[in-house]
Ligand binder design. Structure first.
Ligand code: GLC
Length: 750
């Protein structure tokens, strides 16, 4: 019966050819039939009872009854064709209008087949590859009956103490914007009606990563100039790219909860940026308006949230409890509810769910697509490009396949689960290829490849403590590893973090390697100098001792299901590493937050005579490894940095060209980076700002001239009031292989 009403509605809409689009007519007609309670139901998002990604709801009303009454517009954490079909059937067959549910899930770096964590994938600096990865992830997710992912997370992060830096694209707004747009395009494709696409969600709006002291969910105190120039650009870029939804943030900004911030959600997002999708709250962030102390009760929290432009309520049950009452008491204008509902209905229409609520439910496709060989091959390709070669003295890498014996040592050396990372959706436990397996697979049978754990990861049931002394069993493991290292030609030492040391709720005050890992390295290095350190971590880690002593260090992040094969591809040179750090690596946690695009300060320069300059007395200011850093097995030479003019007006542009040559022995990829500096502006500008990059492949001896264009868009900046400004004056332009090794030129804007 329900579908008949839709068919009539669709027929009615299709036969009137008025100027209003068929979609608008359909949505408007449907909205006009809805009761206030049914409208509020569309703004209510509930989690499945079998999987939680936040504190369990206290008063979880009878979900089944709510579904039957049409009091739920979307569910999260329901995944799988059978599960989504069952839930959809309840709603479509029992509620009066049968408006289908939207199914959402946190598919952050894979549905079942894990790609590298987003921070790792971002180290590829390859938007095309990132888009390809997101497209494949969307195909797996859609095949599981899920319509919507809560990704990409595009919080620009500068503080390695914050566990969620693993979810983002690092510290720079330009790189984050480019990769965020790539992910949105990959997820959403060109037409959300296609059943191999999913709606994306740009999150968290806004400034969540600026939590004070890197402490999860902490207060955010941030200036408007930083908001407009660092935090907002990726959100503006994804809005321009057509992102279907935006998720707001838990934190306050200058004392105002983001969820209750109408400047953010109405003036900026839906106003200036013309965002036509909808805003979903983060888990209970509407309820937390009261916890912040910005509402006296849940009803007031609901009132503030809807007025501020929070359209859908995730798991606070604030709207379903109080919104109708607020409208009836004329505290909330029903037009605000209508606007929110309209936005939700538009997305359901665009995904074809009114035509067929079960169009994503195809069990044959589910079996074919999920876990396919193709997506695993892509995962290996993405993983290879995500890896960053941090050190390679005496060209220890790539390893020769003629090596006689390899010791694969460390708490992560044969771990098949940690490489899957956190935020792992439906990943299959222990389904990753371990480093030990990858190396065994890469060499011939006559090469001895042996494994020894050496020590624990200093974790216990996913809660963390540091073992100050070796336990009995660990002493035996330690000795076993040393014996193996002594009697092997090469040691591959795999150390780092547990995958759940980063992610949501995983801030740390210490970013060194926990437990006995460093002692294990020191002991091994004493008996065998040929040690390749393979790092697995979800945040920048402070590894000054390794940086000083280890001959070779490969950063692999959490590289996903194909980690072991991809790491072996790089270790043996089947792939020449090309990754560049998307986030600065500090020497120590005391430097956090540390980032390349910092302001100059009034006393930047070192003085030998006195202490009155910007520095620490117990650490250099410089990072251990800078933003944009990453080595290759070959060498790229930069020369001939040229500008087509040394003066320009604010209305034209300057062309920057540079020659890059591969002067090594093997083919390789290089991320050519372009930075600017505005030397004098009304507001102090950063000493460096990334404004262009291009990843190129050059054969041995090959050279290429690259050209970049700089105009107002790249050279201007936002004033604290959000207006864009391009001021005259002196500029510098820099091009190079990372944010510290750069050729430099100057020009004037007249
Ligand atoms: C979590 C996260 C958010 C996620 C949501 C649903 O608390 O903050 O990123 O999408 O809840 O799981």
């Amino acid at each position: 019966m329900k579908n008949l009403s839709f068919i009539i509605l669709v027929l009615l809409v299709s036969c009137t050819g008025s100027h209003q689009s068929k979609e608008d007519q359909f949505v408007q007609n449907l909205l006009s039939q809805m009761t206030l309670e049914e409208k509020v139901g569309q703004l209510n998002q509930r989690t499945s009872q079998w999987e939680m990604t936040g504190p369990a709801p206290e008063s979880s009303s009878d979900l089944l009854e709510d579904l039957k009454k049409g009091n739920v517009g979307s569910m999260l954490n329901v995944a799988g064709v059978a599960e989504t079909y069952e839930a959809q059937k309840i709603v479509v067959e029992n509620s009066r209008l049968g408006i289908p549910l939207l199914f959402a899930y946190d598919v952050i770096h894979g549905y079942q087949t894990m790609m590298p964590i987003p921070l790792g994938e971002s180290a590829s600096w390859n938007p095309q590859l990132v888009e390809e990865s997101a497209k494949a992830i969307a195909e797996e997710t859609a095949a599981a009956g899920v319509h919507w992912t809560f990704a990409p997370m595009i919080d620009v992060g500068r503080d390695a103490r914050w566990g969620r830096v693993m979810e983002g694209a690092g510290e720079d707004p330009f790189l984050t914007s480019a990769l965020a747009v790539a992910r949105v395009k990959g997820f959403q494709g060109n037409d959300l009606e296609e059943t191999n696409t999913i709606a994306a969600c740009a999150k968290h709006f806004a400034a969540y990563a600026f939590a004070e002291a890197g402490r999860e969910y902490n207060t955010v105190e941030i200036g408007d100039e930083t908001l407009h120039n660092i935090v907002f650009p990726p959100f503006k870029a994804t809005t321009e790219a057509g992102v279907a939804t935006v998720m707001n943030a838990f934190n306050t900004i200058q004392g105002l909860p983001a969820t209750a911030n109408s400047y953010l959600q109405r003036d900026l997002l839906k106003g200036q940026w013309n965002f036509d999708g909808f805003v979903v709250s983060d888990w209970n962030s509407i309820g937390e308006i009261q916890t912040h102390g910005a509402a006296s009760d849940l009803k007031e929290a609901a009132e503030r949230a809807i007025k501020a432009g929070s359209d859908m309520d995730m798991e606070a049950s604030a709207y379903v409890k109080y919104l109708a009452e607020l409208v009836e008491q004329r505290r909330v204008d029903e037009a605000l509810v209508d606007d929110a509902v309209r936005r939700v209905l538009h997305l359901k229409y665009r995904m074809g769910l009114f035509r067929d609520p079960f169009r994503y439910c195809n069990e044959v496709k589910e079996k074919e697509v999920i876990g396919s060989q193709a997506i695993h091959e892509l995962s290996r390709k993405v993983a290879r490009e995500s890896m960053v070669l941090l050190k390679n003295e005496e060209q220890l890498l790539p390893l020769s396949k003629d090596v006689k014996s390899i010791a694969v040592i460390g708490p992560l050396a044969n771990d098949k689960d940690v490489p899957l990372g956190s935020w792992r959706a439906k990943a299959i436990t222990n389904s990753a290829v371990s480093v030990f397996e990858g190396i065994q697979n890469a060499v011939s049978a006559d090469v001895s490849v042996q494994y020894s754990k050496g020590c624990n990861l200093a974790i216990n049931e996913r809660s963390f403590y540091t073992e100050l002394t070796l336990s009995e069993t660990e002493q035996a493991d330690f000795n076993d590893a040393l014996d193996l290292a002594k009697n092997s030609e090469v040691v591959v030492l795999v150390i780092g973090e547990d995958c759940f040391q980063s992610g949501e709720g995983r801030s740390q005050t210490d970013i060194t390697l926990k437990g006995q890992q460093l002692n294990l390295f020191q002991a091994i290095y004493e008996v065998n100098k040929n040690v390749v350190v393979v790092l697995m971590n979800g945040r920048p880690v402070a590894i000054p001792e390794l940086a000083q002593k280890a001959p070779a260090i490969l950063e692999t992040w959490f590289a996903g299901n194909q980690a072991g094969h991809a790491i072996a591809d790089v270790l043996f040179g089947a792939y020449n590493p090309s990754g560049k750090l998307p986030m600065t690596f500090p020497r120590n946690v005391g430097q956090c937050p540390i980032y390349y695009n910092h302001k100059n300060t009034g006393r930047p320069n070192k003085s030998d005579e006195h202490v009155f300059w910007s520095h620490y007395t117990d650490s250099p200011n410089s990072p251990l490894y800078p933003f944009g850093y990453g080595l290759s097995y070959t060498t790229f030479e930069y020369s001939d940095l040229k500008l087509n003019k040394n003066e320009m007006t604010t209305l034209d542009s300057v062309m920057v060209s540079v020659k890059v040559k591969n002067i090594g022995e093997r083919i390789g990829e290089e991320v050519v980076q372009l930075y600017i500096r505005d030397l004098a502006a009304t507001y102090a500008r950063p000493v460096l700002e990334l404004k262009g990059f291009e990843k190129i492949e050059l054969k041995a001896g090959e050279e290429k001239v690259l050209t970049f264009s700089l105009s107002a868009k790249e050279l201007g900046y936002y004033l604290p009031n959000g207006s864009f400004q391009f001021e005259k004056g002196a500029f510098k332009v820099f091009v190079g292989t990372n944010s510290q090794e750069l050729l430099e030129a100057s020009f004037i804007v007249r």
